[in-house]
Write a protein that binds this ligand. Structure first.
Ligand SMILES: *Cc1c(COP(=O)(O)O)cnc(C)c1O
Length: 385
């Protein structure tokens, strides 16, 4: 479907709302009926009908339609955070005693869910190097129910061959989930490559203004119906109609924002690759990336995130670099309008990770500012370092 149509019109029943151009915010918890027959009818299909806002709200429903269409999925659910979306998706697939094969180094709270939380239910797991599709095949056991991917991940941007892994999983009747947050729904669509469930932290590009926390799950109508009746309604981690309206507003400019952020990040990556005080640059589309061909095969372009490794002797220099930046806000998260710097040495656990990331690594998120201004800012901070 045409992206402009999705972002500007799909799911907006304007004739039902006095022709309102901006979607109304249905700030109501409850919906009333005139007859028992009407109430009974609405209650039989709570996923599609206003009955109670934990299940269905028209403002949230407009958002569900748009994100599903953007991912090329039949249906979608919106959650109160990306982590809630990941947890609901995973829990909809596994039961006690099942086994999960997960790409190593997924998002921290995904890691926590799979490696710690699900142990309560006797779910076991294997983390595998995602560089070779065969690694997933080798890790599959009799009771493997789920293969979980994140391509690229959001710190070092390792990719997995999505189509090849989805094929392996399909052959064995194993469900696949991918965290597609890095790409937004515009730069990579895993459902077309055979993946069953796509999740996003909508906090990032989808809402895009650093004012909402939300998550998205996209899949077939059948899977979404099941997830609705089980995890979604039971755990109830829904977003408010107000937040849904903010995300709908954010989506109007999704294409403009994602393209600007990607174009500028590419420029920053090129600058960083040439700078003598930067030892390494991690960026999916960087010419030095050994996985460049895979990036070109399955992604339209890079995103706004990249990591750099500074050529320094001690942590103080990393601090001096970060503290000297004038245009980059120092913060976690990403996907908003504002550029960000995230030094790994700020993590208390940075030195006790099982698979430690370099203490002199700094993640940059490139927002919507003038890229030349951002590059000049990096240049002066590298000089002060
Ligand atoms: C931020 C993030 C999440 C978690 O999303 P929240 O909205 O913060 O709960 C999950 N996966 C990735 C890749 C992320 O960047």
């Amino acid at each position: 479907m045409d992206i402009s149509h999705i972002l500007n019109h799909l799911g907006e029943n304007r004739e039902e709302y006095y022709g309102a151009v901006a979607p109304p915010i249905f700030q109501t918890s409850n919906f009333a009926f005139r007859t028992v027959a009407e109430m009974r009818e609405k209650l039989t299909k709570e996923l599609e009908n206003p009955f109670y806002t934990r299940g269905y709200n028209p403002t949230v429903a407009t958002l569900r339609k748009k994100v599903a269409a953007l991912e090329g999925a039949e249906d979608a659910l919106v959650f109160s955070s990306g982590s809630a979306a990941v947890a609901a998706a995973v829990m909809s697939v596994v039961k006690a005693g099942d086994h999960v094969v997960c790409v190593k180094k997924p998002y921290s709270w995904t890691n926590n869910l799979i490696a710690k939380y699900l142990a309560k239910y006797g779910v076991t797991y294997a983390f595998v190097d995602g560089g070779e599709a065969q690694n997933f095949e080798k890790a599959i056991l009799e009771n493997t129910r789920l293969i979980y991917l994140e391509s690229p991940n959001s710190l070092t941007f390792e990719m997995q061959d999505i189509g090849a892994i989805a094929k392996i999983a399909k052959n064995k009747g194993i469900t696949t989930i991918i965290d597609n947050s890095y790409n937004s729904p515009l730069n990579q669509n895993p459902i077309k490559m055979g993946v069953d469930i796509v999740v996003h932290s909508g906090t990032k590009y989808i809402s895009g203004h650093s004012d909402v926390v939300c998550g998205v799950v996209c899949s077939t109508h059948e899977r979404i119906m099941k997830m609705f009746a089980e995890e979604y309604m039971t755990i109830g981690s829904i977003i408010s109609p107000q937040d849904a309206a903010l995300i709908l507003r954010g989506l109007r400019t999704l294409e403009l924002r994602v393209n600007r952020s990607a174009d500028s990040a590419k420029k920053v990556a090129e600058f960083a690759e040439k700078h003598p005080k930067i030892k390494a640059v991690y960026y999916p589309f960087s010419t030095s990336n050994p996985q460049l061909a895979l990036a070109q095969k399955q992604m339209k372009q890079g995103g706004g995130l990249l990591s750099i490794v500074l050529d320094v002797k001690d942590e103080k220099q990393v601090e001096r670099f970060c503290d000297s930046l004038n245009y980059f806000l120092m913060a976690t998260s990403w996907g908003g309008y504002e550029s960000l710097v995230f030094p790994l040495c700020a993590l208390a656990a940075s030195k006790s990770f099982e698979n430690p990331l370099p203490w002199n690594m700094v993640r940059l998120y490139i927002g919507l500012e003038d890229p030349e201004v951002l590059i000049a800012d990096l240049q002066q901070a590298l000089e002060k370092m």
